[in-house]
Design a protein around this ligand. Sequence first.
Ligand code: PLP
Length: 406
Amino acid sequence: MFRLNENYLKLPGSYLFSTVAKKVAAYSDRHPEAKVIRLGIGDVTQPLVPAIIKALHEAVEEMGHAETFHGYAPDLGYAFLRETIARMDYQERGCRISADEIFVSDGAKSDCGNIQEIFSADCRIAVCDPVYPVYVDSNVMAGRTGEYNEAAQTWSNVIYMPCTAENGFVPQLPGETPDLIYLCVPNNPTGTALTRDQLKVWVDYANSVGAVILYDAAYEAYISQDDVPHSIYEIAGARTCAIEFRSFSKNAGFTGVRLGFTVIPEDLKCGDIAVRSLWARRHGTKFNGAPYIVQKAAMAVYSDEGRAQLKEQIAYYMRNARVIYDGLKEAGYEVYGGINAPYIWLKVPENMTSWDFFDYLLEEANVVGTPGSGFGPSGEGYFRLTAFGNYENTVEAIGRIRALRQ
Ligand code: PLP
């Protein structure tokens, strides 16, 4: 009789966003007349910009002719894209990253979920709490987390780094030494970023204890403050301790198109083995390359036209962030984030849990957000709203929430 990977059975409940979706579907079934506004899941709503659509059309046309048809893409990505990323995302910012250190993929979720595979099963991981659930869940699936403590909602082999209002949502160096450190900056869900000085502390720490920082910069495009680095490789010493994940989902609206990349510098080594070589091997074995059409569309992200159009799109979302932030603040809520990230993190009223507040907003205002407790135990008592809705819905949702307090 076959046996299952029982680590999967250790995952507590279903994935956060499916629970949210089920609750919203049940509510809508009971109240079909309700106009529910979704500011919960971090999916974009604005269409692809014209420069990207044009690039997609051209690439589709190429696929229709034998002379310009493309089959399997190179496992690690087309050179045209890897070279452009290396130059425009890194070298022009003063980071020493070359094209062969870039691995193009179908998105950051796959990469930050899969990266743990190339590390030993007994590595200890450190994660910000709260954070994007994929890091812990993918390590649970791999059996890297020990026992679950129901009361504390923590795993014995995971070092949680609480990020709360008291420490400005900035993770503090852990008391115990981890092997892998997940940093999500700007952070999903708190919307907080790390300054250059704060990130330097982590780079120095990782180099001193021999840990690897897994740096998820999926929201890099939303950074607005000058002292917040756009890449960990802006920090001296990061080449020997950091892997960076990037996504085209939030900077270019590719959530349904799918593309991302991971950077592993040649200098990141375990003894004399380059970590990069294991990821290249994994990619070559388990991934058959991102589609040509999509990689061509990504090139438009770097064109002058594309950059100008995307700048406007990001400004559109960040205007929503302002509406949410200011509106909630004026309504008397304690609010964070929204400056370097499209997420607003708010403290729920004293007498409620995060899920109580979820139900309250859904039922009383028909607005969907995400309960903070779904991102980790320190998220309890908080709630996330996203700026990815359309402007009119965002204004209406905040108006409804404010009306509840009058
Ligand atoms: N990393 C973080 C922190 C995210 O919040 C998300 C999506 O919400 C992703 C990665 C997923 O990115 P992608 O769409 O490229 O898989």
